[in-house]
Ligand binder design. Structure first.
Ligand SMILES: Cc1cc2nc3c(=O)[nH]c(=O)nc-3n(C[C@H](O)[C@H](O)[C@H](O)COP(=O)(O)OP(=O)(O)OC[C@H]3O[C@@H](n4cnc5c(N)ncnc54)[C@H](O)[C@@H]3O)c2cc1C
Length: 400
């Protein structure tokens, strides 16, 4: 393809890159979104156990509000594959600590919504395809980034030069754009992997998210739109996770029910299982001249609180708001001053969430009696104190 020029290049057509593109569309700037995937894959439509996408996300009401503003939530909701959850039950498998949250006590319809990641992406792709100033280029790999005083140049693996005023890196946790822009990261590997799968439960999940904190790592059951199906995310040390992948279904179900300890619904069937390595990674800076990071490219966090996508959507919203304002005022909307304002808004929140995940991981990973006592006392105290409970719920629904 011949070289060309646009205003903004977004690397990555995941949920966050596409949301950023749509939120920036009112500027009428020319936006191109590049993605390495060969083409857009249609989302699942069938409803058998094996048909559900392995990666699901728990969207907070704050995230669904933003997706509504973009015009995507309506299509996602009408597709009929959204699992609203009204309750959240969190417990410590080694002790007596238990916290329960419910939407009714907060006058909310739901604490959040479980949606398969490809469903959200599909709604965003359809909207982007209908937006005159957004073009998605599939099968296009970022290979090189060059910057000078006047522009940024994105070089694709096929050798096309795309010149732009601003490049947004939304290419996920293993971001190549972040590396090419020379942005360093702080990274923690947990030596753990997450097993994800769809499970059938009996007699039903009661529209609740169930989360057990086990010494080996957290285990979550997330309710899908079918009342007898949940998605699981089970974090385990590398070796143990791999052995559960190889186990037969009967042994896996036995192990899973044992881990749930009779507190969550009983699991009676399981789909094929997949493994994801767990890393926590935070970019030291979110920007350099004419380049800025959003979503997992800026901060990949442990999935134990299911907040990855929500933090990324808040990034996309905050960045677009700053660029829109600067553009409206006829100022240099790509300048570091504008990008810094976005970084200031988001870095604190993202770091706080990562620190909380680290503390949870440490606290619940320990069998030390003092840690067990603190956990039990802590969880039970949170459950008994309306103000503390409210603070936790605010984080969970994205109002923190
Ligand atoms: C096991 C697991 C469970 C999770 N559960 C939850 C949950 O319950 N709730 C939640 O909120 N979050 C969850 N997450 C996290 C969530 O999936 C991520 O936060 C979210 O997908 C990040 O979106 P993104 O658009 O930033 O990145 P991605 O979804 O990773 O998208 C990046 C895009 O960039 C493209 N790309 C990459 N490299 C290049 C390149 N060189 N050139 C061009 N394109 C490129 C990729 O093809 C991809 O389409 C989970 C994650 C894991 C691993």
């Amino acid at each position: 393809m011949a070289d060309y020029q646009v205003d903004i290049v977004i690397v990555g057509a995941g949920v966050i890159g596409l949301s950023a593109a749509l939120a920036l569309a009112p500027t009428k700037l020319n936006i191109v979104v590049l993605d390495a995937q060969p083409s857009h894959r249609p989302p699942p439509t069938q409803r058998a156990l094996s048909d559900w996408a392995p990666r699901v996300t728990a969207l907070t009401p704050a995230s669904t509000k933003f997706l509504s503003e973009l015009g995507a939530w309506q299509a996602i909701w009408e597709g009929g594959r959204v699992g609203p959850y009204t309750d959240m039950v969190v417990w410590d498998s080694e002790g007596t600590g238990l916290v329960e949250f419910d939407a009714k006590s907060l006058s909310l319809d739901a604490l959040g919504y479980i949606v398969e990641a490809p469903i959200t992406t599909d709604a965003l792709v359809n909207l982007a395809n209908q937006t005159a100033n957004i073009t998605i280029e599939w099968d296009t790999w970022l290979a090189q980034l060059d910057f000078d005083d006047h522009q940024a140049t994105v070089v694709t693996r096929a050798g096309t030069n795309i010149r732009a005023q601003l490049v947004i890196g939304a290419d996920g946790g293993r971001s190549v754009s972040r590396e090419l822009a020379g942005i360093r990261t702080r990274q923690w590997s947990y030596g753990q992997k997450a097993i994800v799968a769809t499970v059938r439960v009996a007699p039903g999940h009661a529209s609740a998210c169930w989360q057990a904190f086990l010494p080996t790592g957290p285990l979550a059951l997330l309710p899908l739109s079918e009342t007898d199906l949940c998605s699981i995310v089970w974090s385990l040390d590398d070796q143990e996770a791999e052995s559960w992948i190889e186990a037969d279904d009967g042994a896996f179900l036995k192990g899973l029910n044992l881990a749930l300890g009779g507190r969550g619904p009983q699991v009676i069937d399981v789909s094929e299982r997949q493994l994801f390595p767990l890393v926590q990674c935070h970019a030291i800076d979110y920007l350099r001249d004419r380049f800025v990071l959003v979503g997992d490219a800026a901060h990949a966090i442990h999935p134990l609180a299911g907040q990855g996508i929500n933090l990324g959507l808040s990034d996309a919203k905050a960045l677009a708001a700053e660029v829109l304002l600067a553009h409206k005022r006829n100022t240099e909307w790509w300048s570091p001053t504008v990008l810094k304002r976005y970084e200031r808004q988001r870095k604190g929140d993202n770091l706080a969430m990562m620190a909380a995940m680290q503390a949870f991981k440490w606290g619940f990973g320990s069998r030390h009696p003092a840690a067990t006592m603190l956990r039990n006392a802590g969880l039970t105290a949170v459950d008994a104190m309306p103000l503390a409970k409210r603070w936790f719920i605010k984080q969970a629904v994205g109002e923190g």
